[in-house]
Ligand binder design. Structure first.
Ligand code: NAP
Ligand code: HSE
Length: 437
């Protein structure tokens, strides 16, 4: 092979994922050349801070802080955009596309907010965007939905899509560690975003669900149109109570066709402990896809971290080198151009529910709560209250009340929330979580 046949690439960003990509490109160079049909050469890297020491950076790579160095290099065909957030990532992507570069990215926040504009620009300029690593890290779910499962009408997606949240939920319960300590660990392992708020408040999972939903159901659903709740309001107590009841709590992202309407939500959810999705622990993700022809399929594995994410990015680079990206990207553009489906109003979401209250330990309290639920059309499936001491010196005057409901709507629950919040017997914050069937 001559040098002219090489694919010359640039990495924009050389943090957790960028350095992982460089590592795979160098350790797997020969295999990659075989699979890509030509050698892949990392020529340039753009970073913010030239003084940082860089692991896995080959000596012959030119490092700069100026995107223009990539834009004006005619040898660079493909730019791999691995800067987080949208500023300057959006500006960089538009400049790269305008300069005739094809792009691969792992940035889901960017694709969620500006995907439509970027895809249109890429299409207008006959360029491509590869984005396997933007959803579920190392799990090839974008390829599954845009290639392997395209013979199906997808009926539902049920997923864990944020590695950091799953890591926190797992280690708080299993190792009895505090939320803050496990979050710090997730940050040091490279799972969390630069600002981990988006990991724990459900935004990252919701953005990924929105991207997958667009691919699977040809419908763009903004985060404001569905229920989104993170793990940041959860307490260890709820993980323990759920476990005693035979459930695990997971940040569950769901997108489902319901009588031609799309039902969507991202919420910490009680899932029976023996289900595959409940057994997905640590930074792993899982996506269960039900198709009308294939039935249920499940994709699971590392949803975050340096090498798993880099694995997906390198696959995109190889797909680009072989020409596969150009074919898939055109098909994705046609899919996205289909008319949107209607999204079910959040108030109509119908699920079973877990309610936890701290209440005054005195007569009629349970009756008052049950009355509110009943008047709002919510039927109780079980009530759990631990026995409290009768010894007045030992009593602190409060009791923990856990109620599991039958299936009811989000609208009914919201109405009941308001009324229960006004009961004088309720202490502190009440917790309400859906229960998956
Ligand atoms: P990171 O470790 O924070 O690295 C970001 C890189 O971008 C750094 O090298 C930084 O330069 C560079 N950068 C930031 N602003 C820049 C600017 N204005 N100009 C030039 N370079 C700039 O982030 P990461 O974890 O690798 O994530 C990268 C992307 O992948 C994000 O969109 C993230 O959401 C996504 N992603 C991450 C994971 C994961 O597990 N980490 C998984 C899937 C997707 P300096 O090094 O000089 O600061
Ligand atoms: N911060 C993200 C997560 C990285 O924890 O899932 C993978 O997208």
């Amino acid at each position: 092979m001559t040098n002219r046949e090489e694919l010359n690439i640039a990495l924009i960003g050389f943090g957790t994922v960028g350095s992982g990509v460089a590592r795979i490109l160098s350790t797997q160079a020969e295999n990659i050349a075989v699979r890509a049909g030509r050698p892949v050469r990392l020529r340039r890297v753009v970073v913010r801070d030239l003084c940082k020491s860089r692991e896995h950076l080959p000596a012959d790579v030119t490092v700069s802080t100026d995107l223009q160095d990539v834009i004006s290099d005619p040898e660079i065909q493909l730019a791999v955009q691995l800067i987080g957030g949208t500023d300057p990532a959006f500006d960089y992507m538009t400049r790269l596309l305008a300069a005739g570069k094809d792009v691969v990215t792992a940035n889901k926040a960017l694709l969620y907010l500006h995907g439509e504009t970027l895809f249109r620009q890429a299409s207008d300029q006959q360029r491509t965007i590869g984005f396997e690593a933007a959803v579920a890290g190392g799990i090839p779910i974008v390829s599954a939905v845009t290639q392997a499962l395209t013979g199906n009408q997808i009926l539902s997606l049920e997923a864990i899509l944020n590695g950091t949240s799953n890591f926190i939920l797992t280690h708080m319960l299993d190792d009895d560690k505090t939320y803050d300590d496990v979050l710090k660990e997730a940050q040091s392992l490279g799972y969390a975003e630069a600002d981990p708020a988006m990991d724990v408040d459900g935004t990252d999972a919701a953005q990924k669900l929105s991207i997958l939903t667009q691919l699977a159901f040809s419908t763009r659903v903004p985060l404001e149109s569905f229920v989104k709740q993170g793990i940041d309001g959860l307490e260890l107590l709820d993980l323990q109570v759920a476990s005693d009841l035979g459930y695990k709590i997971k940040l569950l992202a769901t997108s489902r066709l319901n009588d031609d309407q799309l039902e969507m939500s991202v919420q910490p959810t009680l899932i029976r402990a023996d289900r595959e999705i409940a057994k997905t622990d640590g930074a792993d993700n899982i996506v269960a896809v039900r198709g009308d022809a294939v039935g249920m399929t499940r994709f699971s594995g590392a949803g975050a971290g340096q090498l798993p994410t880099a694995s997906a990015v390198v696959a995109d680079i190889i797909d680009y080198a072989t020409g596969r990206t150009a074919v898939t990207f055109e098909s994705v553009l046609r899919t996205l151009a289909q008319p949107d489906r209607t999204v079910q109003p959040p108030g109509e979401l119908s699920r079973r529910c877990y309610l936890r209250f701290t209440v005054d330990d005195r007569p009629h309290v349970l009756a008052d709560v049950a009355d509110v639920l009943g008047r709002n059309g919510i039927s109780i499936s079980s009530v759990h209250q631990e026995e409290t001491s009768d010894d007045s010196a030992a009593r602190n005057g409060s009791a923990r009340l856990v109620i599991m409901t039958h299936r009811t709507t989000e609208g009914n629950l919201r109405a009941a929330d308001k009324e229960i919040g006004q009961l004088s017997s309720i202490q502190g914050t009440s917790i309400r979580l859906p229960v998956a069937d």
